[in-house]
Design a protein around this ligand. Structure first.
Ligand code: ZN
Length: 209
C-alpha cells in the first residue's frame, strides 16, 4: 500500500492511526512500572501514558497518575486539556491532583522542621543535655538551640534523649517551645506511628505546658 505523505501540522506530523499524546486509563495489568517511582502499577490503578519517540516508533511511558501529578504536572494538565480518557472512566479533577502535588511539596519542605523525633541511626551521637551517648535505634528528640554566630542567632539542631526534653526546654538557649511541643513533634515526624508517639509521650513525660 502506497503511503501518502502526511501533511505537516503545527502539532507535528501524524502517520496512520494517530496516537494521542497522552492517555489516562485504569491499568489493564500489573506489568507496567511507573517511570516516576519505579514501582509496579497495580491492575485497575489510574495511570497516565505519555507518548514518546522510542526506538521502534512512538510508545507510551507509564506513570501512576498521582506520581505524574507530583513530578510532571504540566503533562497531566495537557492530558486533561485533551481529555485523554474514555467517557466511562472516573478520574479525579485537575484541582484535586494539584492539591495532591502541593501537599507532597509541603511535606517535603517541612520534613526537617524542628523539633522532630527519630531513632538514632548510629551510636555516635550524644545527648546535648546530659552528655550521655545515644545508642543506635534509641529514640532521640531533635530540638533547636540558638547559637550565636557573627552577631546573629541561628537555629542549631540539638539531639536530646527523651527523658531530658523537659529540662532542655527550660534551658535559656533552647529555642523550641514547651507549649504545643507534642503537636509540633507529630507534625514534623512524618514517618512515625501512633504507637511511637504514645511511647515518646510517656518517655518525655509531663512538660507542664
Ligand atoms: Zn509511581
Amino acid at each position: 500500500m502506497a503511503e501518502e505523505p502526511a501533511p505537516a501540522t503545527p502539532e507535528g506530523t501524524e502517520q496512520e492511526a494517530p496516537q494521542p499524546s497522552h492517555k489516562i486509563e485504569a491499568s489493564r495489568s500489573s506489568r507496567a512500572r511507573c517511570r516516576t517511582c519505579r514501582k509496579k502499577i497495580d491492575k485497575d490503578v489510574l495511570r497516565i501514558g505519555i507518548l514518546y519517540e522510542g526506538p521502534y516508533g512512538p510508545s507510551y511511558g507509564w506513570h501512576h497518575l498521582k506520581c505524574a501529578a507530583r513530578a510532571q504536572f504540566d503533562e497531566v494538565e495537557e492530558a486533561y486539556r485533551i481529555e485523554a480518557w474514555t467517557l466511562d472512566l472516573e478520574v479525579p479533577t485537575l484541582e484535586e491532583l494539584k492539591e495532591h502535588k502541593e501537599k507532597a511539596e509541603e511535606r517535603k519542605a517541612t520534613k526537617k522542621e524542628l523539633p522532630y523525633a527519630e531513632r538514632a541511626k548510629s551510636n555516635r551521637s550524644k545527648c546535648k543535655h546530659s552528655g550521655e551517648p545515644i545508642d543506635k535505634d534509641a529514640w532521640r528528640i531533635v530540638l533547636s538551640r540558638g547559637v550565636e554566630f557573627g552577631g546573629m542567632t541561628r537555629n542549631s539542631p540539638t539531639n536530646v534523649l527523651p527523658q531530658y526534653v523537659a529540662a532542655e526546654l527550660e534551658n535559656p538557649e533552647c529555642l523550641t517551645e514547651a507549649e504545643g511541643f507534642f503537636d509540633s513533634l507529630r507534625e514534623n515526624s512524618t514517618d512515625l506511628t501512633e504507637d511511637d508517639f504514645a511511647e515518646l509521650e510517656s518517655l518525655v513525660g509531663d512538660l507542664g505546658a
